[in-house]
Design a protein around this ligand. Sequence first.
Ligand code: PYC
Length: 321
Amino acid sequence: MRVIDSHTEGEPTRVILSGAPDLGSGSVADRAAVLARDHAGFRDGVVREPRGSEALVAALLVPASQPDCAAGVIYFNAIGNLGMCGHASIGTAITLAHLGRIEPGTHRLETPVGLVTVALHGPDEASITNVESYRLHKDVALEVEGLGRFTGDIAWGGNWFFITRDLPCALEQANIPQLQAATLRIRRALEAQGWTGAGGAWIDHIILLGPSGRADARNYVLCPAGSHDRSPCGTGTSALLACLAEDGRLAPGTEWVQESIIGSSYRLHYTPGPEGRIVPVIRGRAWVTGEAVLHFAPSDPYASGIPGPAGASPAAAKARA
Ligand code: PYC
């Protein structure tokens, strides 16, 4: 299986160029459903240890079903499929440019949750015009075991997020173990107290939002597999922009700079969307880190990865099914 690895503001992406199973025809959403239903072992082998890690997001290139698209892309991590992925879309654009498949300018990608537009600004910088993003619930109050009350919003930016400004400790890299433990507990509290995204979707990402000395805000983002986003999280910051827009705290076209827990940043803004929501634009940088051929020997007991990432839970298992 041929892959190209990159990182976007610190967060890794693995673009799969060849060697994936046949997912049939139909839209990218249809083929993402086939991947989830029939090929969990393939998926886990690519992204879980020993070939991957809990932070890694794979971007499987498939033919697009919609006209004028540079590619179709299915995103997945060590827990399962992702609807969209901001950092991996930027990583995919930089990888396609590295391969000579796209030139500076705008290009469309078909994702399982809709079309996104990529503007390639140069060899290592791109903007993604994301799917329309929105807030579902404001000021949800949660009792979190051992930590007390957290109030936050449930919003969608291509994935589901709970976003809170209640912090268990300072948003510093040295506190990552405590931030991970706290956000896993917040996620369990959401599950236990019956909070979901639209249609009963698992809220698999948690954002802790705090002050930043050099950006509009800094965040810690828990990802589905239990690790944190090294980048400021494209879909998560899209969901945040939807909340800020609804609260009248950010006007259309005004720039928002979001800093990640490692200090990398995205520049974002939004325009009003045709469905009355917002359309976020996320600008960030990515670099190719390697080109590889992955091997899956029949005798390798870990050809489908090492099971049991930190994010595994009954809700995660249900979301994979
Ligand atoms: O950038 O949207 C994102 C993302 C989601 C999970 C990891 N990164």
